[in-house]
Design a protein around this ligand. Structure first.
Ligand code: CAA
Length: 260
């Protein structure tokens, strides 16, 4: 059995060498993020972390829903502590700390935890039918898997407050204008476009990709003087891939990157 073939709640494929595609596979529940689904996704990303054949991961759902968020039907069973469930929190942490580029291809609903999953992706493309929202307020909750912190940092306080306090959905055009997504496409082209971007990304040096991702994410978590100084320190690291990049440019050939 292929190392990614053991899951039920996600489907994992490798449509291009070095690109992994994770498709959320709970269509009938609008791809709600059950504890099992999150655990499978975290497991796949953990394997992908050590897999040199994976340099970029595309995450997608189906045409109706990227994901409708946390599985509300798991809530009555466990009550509020469900959110504090250690396995669930570990899974979110694994997604948050995944060092390789993550690209979201969103069609349909990306609500609650589904929207928060989008916020953890590095590049986001969506179909014209995409709808983003944080409806937790309607069940007397709030987007507690990072949404209350990442959303205002990304789209600004007033827009984040509007989404979080009303629970209203925004469409693809507004999501694009507010900077939540980088491209809006006809819905049947979303995945192909995400894979096209992933292919370009995956041709670059894996170590340079990881450093670039880490540096951009620092801008959300550290004061500017600290992140600028860390950026400068990272620039001083010499890598074999950087030497190879320079040599390939001078010798007019394609670089062969090793991730060292
Ligand atoms: N959890 C569990 N099941 C869900 C679900 C969810 N988040 N969203 C949808 N489903 C289920 C429905 O219960 C329904 O199941 P049955 O067929 O067994 O009745 C099935 O998926 C299809 O749903 P609908 O019939 O409602 O489909 P629709 O296309 O008419 O509407 C929807 C889709 C707008 C997404 C609607 O289902 C909906 O509003 N879902 C809830 C969205 C939500 O509130 N998300 C936030 C969750 S809380 C969260 O995420 C917490 C956090 O961040 C900390």
């Amino acid at each position: 059995m292929n190392k990614y073939e053991k899951y039920k709640n996600i489907l994992v494929a490798q449509p291009h060498s070095r690109v992994l595609q994770i498709t959320l596979n709970r269509s009938r529940a609008r791809n709600a993020l059950s504890k099992k689904l999150l655990a499978e996704m975290a497991d796949a990303l953990t394997i992908a972390t050590g897999d040199d054949d994976v340099r970029c991961v595309v995450v997608t759902g189906d045409h109706k829903a990227f994901s409708a968020g946390a599985d509300i039907k798991e809530m009555p069973e466990d009550g509020i502590p469900m959110f504090a469930d250690a396995e669930r929190l570990r899974a979110w942490k694994t997604i948050e700390q995944f060092r390789k580029p993550l690209i979201a291809a969103v069609n349909g609903y990306a609500l609650g935890g589904g929207c928060e999953l989008v916020l953890l992706c590095d590049i986001v493309v969506c179909g014209k039918n995409a709808q983003f929202g944080t409806p937790e307020i309607k069940i007397s909750a709030f987007p507690g898997d990072g949404g209350t912190q990442r959303l205002p940092r990304l789209i600004g306080k007033a827009r984040a407050m509007y989404m979080i306090l009303t629970g209203a959905q925004i469409n693809a055009t507004l999501a694009y204008e507010w900077g939540l997504v980088s491209e809006v496409l006809p819905s049947d082209q979303t995945i192909a476009r995400a894979l096209e971007i992933a292919k370009v990304v995956s041709e670059h040096s894996p170590i340079a990709l990881e450093m670039s991702k880490a540096e951009v994410l620092m801008s959300f978590s550290k004061p500017l003087d600290e992140s600028l100084s860390l950026e400068r320190q990272m620039l001083l690291w010499q890598t074999e891939d950087h030497d190879e990049g320079i040599a390939s440019f001078i010798e007019k050939r394609k670089p062969k990157y090793t991730g060292r």
